[in-house]
Write a protein that binds this ligand. Structure first.
Ligand code: IVH
Length: 698
């Protein structure tokens, strides 16, 4: 009698046999790929691997109908494309707050401890890889798309290039959720960077300044074959989101889970039981960094418990539950040729250093910020000095101070004097170098300002800021183009850019602006009209209002009109908006020029509305709060405003209806009354927890 197997093979025709072998080869090759590139523990020789690959290629050539994108033969399958598409991230890719020493690390922990209280938790410490953040999506176990971080909300579609990275699986091990996204950092190891630059030097091509730039250049190639030729690698550090599957309770378990699925996680990741352990991990990493085969610019400390991560949420674009503890900056030495003064968009007069160009950690530096006159004097930096310069990651380079031999010289220049430098000898007063207006200084501030809102240098800076990434993000309207439009009088204030569409001919007459460039610019300008309110508020360049504050006020007010009419009290009631910011916003919208610009923007069709606060935002609905005693972090008015903003009620006295009595320092008689009525008492930390859970609609 024939067995089942016999019967099965009898009906299995050639085609099915080929298909079965193809699938078996793919499984095997994927497994060996993972052993080799991810786990660094190969089981077979390169020759054996090549033989399996050849067999698979042969079978796929004979049966092209069986080729699938996830086949190991298809890593570099795609043809070059003309441009990258965009992919919007279902969950935004966040950035990280920075700390630079142990006491700042403790301060970060102090802030979040108020919110998580005494609940048990630990930390995960990871290297902060100096590469490029990417998000990669898998469906039914197969890599379907991948994108750069972009502005956090949308990135570039670099799927075909990511597929060429051998340590990124095209297909994951069984047991994966139905759909999920992993996040990680693509980087070029130091060896790959050196090799690449050697090749480029041999071909007379420009060299990459550092591995990070080289990695970015490699990932953003339109031809995936070029990307494939670079030794890019990737460490995965998070699950972005998951559908159809459970997520582990801790980040540490998530990393283990990712590794089981076949992703490459950094073996240096460590579980830290205490903040002291995290600080030790940092100290050890600093000592180790030069021995690592890749560039690392710090460590990332993350709260391990996912439930606490969620509760802590984020403020602006930075999660509260994680922080980057940067490595000390890299220093170099050069000569300070001259101190010059530039004009910022809010009229600040900013001293900066012109340097003898110097290479510091792979980047050539010829300018450095000097903050303000006090700082220059405190550090005793003088023109002509030989100085130490430092840079930390992407931060603008900074002068540390003169070298000891420079400081000891007797023939040094006189200390820098801002008033003297700005002095108009005829008028006998310090003036703005761009417009000649007499400069002013606000009481208690070290900065000098040009008070002339019509100052051309300020207007140009405002235009550049308006079009920049965190603002209206108008591609093609960078510093150079902005300066040209401005010089030719095509644009006076920021609202004028929306009238450029009627001046196409004039634009074409600007040197180096071809048809294509003009069309792209006009398209980008039109597209910017759809930018959300928070970008527009940031783009306006109100003093002290950055991206984070813009986000908070746009959520609160929902429209430009509402914001323009807001009073100081309402502004100050917003979490993290203090009197200084509130005053600045008020002053901005009282200024007739600014009101006119906003009006012009609205007429051009810009009047974005923020989404109304979600119903989840009303979590304190039906709860009544009474406060007694002094709170440490919030004024009573702020606390009450925030309770109300979340749908709660704030009352002056305790009654049977009171849900919570918030007890601060030196409580009054309300406490006794609450005890008598059996009202629940909470402290300020507990109140902050309730408020923060919902602050950003988590
Ligand atoms: S966590 C939600 N972990 O750092 C927190 N980021 O400033 C953000 N980065 O662009 C991601 N190594 O690409 C995390 N081990 C690591 C990282 C890491 C490098 C980058 C990341 C992001 C930037 C955040």
């Amino acid at each position: 009698m024939a067995t089942e197997t016999d019967l099965a093979s009898a009906v299995m025709d050639d085609l099915e046999q080929a298909k079965a072998r193809i699938e078996e080869l793919r499984r095997e090759l994927n497994r060996h790929n993972c052993l080799y590139y991810v786990q660094d523990a190969p089981e077979i020789s390169d020759a054996e691997y090549d033989a399996l690959m050849r067999e698979l290629k042969g079978l796929e050539e004979a049966h092209p109908e069986f080729i699938i994108p996830a086949s190991p033969t298809q890593r570099v399958g795609a043809a070059p494309s003309a441009a990258f598409g965009t992919i919007s991230h279902p969950r935004p890719l966040l950035s990280l707050g920075n700390v630079f020493n142990d006491s700042e690390l403790r301060a970060w922990y102090g802030r979040i401890s108020k919110l998580i209280g005494a609940r048990a938790h630990d930390f995960v410490c990871e290297y902060k890889m100096d590469g490029l953040a990417v998000a990669v999506t898998y469906e039914n176990g197969v890599l379907v798309c991948g994108a750069t971080r972009g502005d956090g909300a949308t990135g570039e579609d670099i799927t075909q290039n990511l597929r060429t990275i051998r340590s990124l699986p095209l297909m994951v091990a069984p047991g994966a959720p139905k759909r999920f996204e992993v996040r990680g950092e693509v980087f070029l190891p130091k060896s790959g960077f050196e090799k690449l630059n050697c090749e480029r030097a041999a071909q007379g091509m420009a060299l990459f300044a550092n591995p990070r730039n080289a990695a970015a250049g490699s990932l953003r190639q339109l031809d995936p074959r070029v990307t494939a030729s670079r030794a890019l690698d990737i460490y995965i550090y998070a699950l972005g989101w998951v559908e159809g599957g459970a997520v582990p309770d801790t980040h540490w378990e998530t990393l283990a889970f990712l590794s089981e699925l076949g992703f490459k996680t950094n073996p240096a990741n460590a579980l830290a039981r205490s903040l002291d352990d995290a600080a030790t991990f940092h100290a050890r990493s600093v000592a180790m960094r030069h021995t690592l085969p890749y560039e690392v610019d710090g460590i990332v400390v993350k709260i391990n418990q996912m439930a606490l991560q969620e509760e802590l949420g984020e403020l602006g674009r930075e999660p509260r539950w994680a922080v980057a503890y940067k490595f000390p900056a890299i220093q170099g030495r050069t000569v300070l040729k001259e101190i010059r003064v530039s004009i910022g968009r809010t009229g600040t007069l900013n001293p900066y250093a012109v340097l003898e160009p110097v290479n510091v950690g792979g980047v050539t530096i010829s300018r450095a910020t000097l903050h303000n006159e006090d700082d220059i004097r405190r550090k005793d930096i003088r023109e002509g000095d030989s100085i130490f310069i430092q840079r930390a990651g992407d931060v603008i380079p900074e002068i540390v101070g003169p070298t000891p031999d420079a400081a000891a010289r007797l023939d040094r220049q006189a200390p820098f004097d801002m008033r003297q430098r700005l002095m108009d000898v005829d008028k006998g007063i310090p003036v703005c170098p761009a417009c000649g207006a007499e400069v002013t200084q606000f009481a208690g501030e070290v900065m000098y300002y040009c008070p002339n809102a019509a100052c051309p240098a300020q207007s140009l800076e405002r235009l550049i800021h308006f079009a920049s990434r965190g603002g209206m993000d108008i591609e093609g309207l960078g510093e150079k183009v902005a300066a040209m439009l401005f010089e030719r009088g095509l644009v006076g204030d920021v609202a004028d850019i929306y009238a450029l569409k009627d001046r196409r001919q004039a634009l074409l007459e600007v040197e180096r602006m071809g048809e294509k460039m003009v069309d792209n610019l006009l398209r980008a300008i039109e597209q910017s009209k759809a930018k959300p309110l928070t970008c527009l508020i940031n783009a306006l360049g109100i003093r002290h209002v950055g991206e984070e504050t813009a986000e908070l006020i746009s959520e609160h007010f929902g429209s430009l009109d509402a914001l323009m009419e807001a009073g100081q009290t309402e502004l100050e009631a917003i979490y993290s908006v203090g009197p200084r910011i509130a005053e600045s916003i008020g002053a901005f919208f009282q200024n007739p020029d600014n009101r006119r610009i906003v009006e012009k923007l609205k007429q051009a069709g810009l009047d974005p509305r923020a989404a109304p606060p979600s119903s989840e935002g009303q979590v304190l609905e039906g709860r009544e709060f009474v406060i007694t005693g002094r709170l440490e972090n919030l004024s009573r008015e702020q606390a009450e405003a925030r309770i109300k903003a979340l749908g709660g009620v704030a009352k002056g006295d305790v009654s049977k209806k009171t849900s919570y009595l918030v007890v601060g320092a030196d409580p009054g008689s309300k406490l006794a009354k609450a005890v008598k009525l059996g009202i629940k008492q909470i402290d300020e930390a507990e109140l902050l927890r309730m408020l923060s859970q919902t602050q950003l609609g988590i």
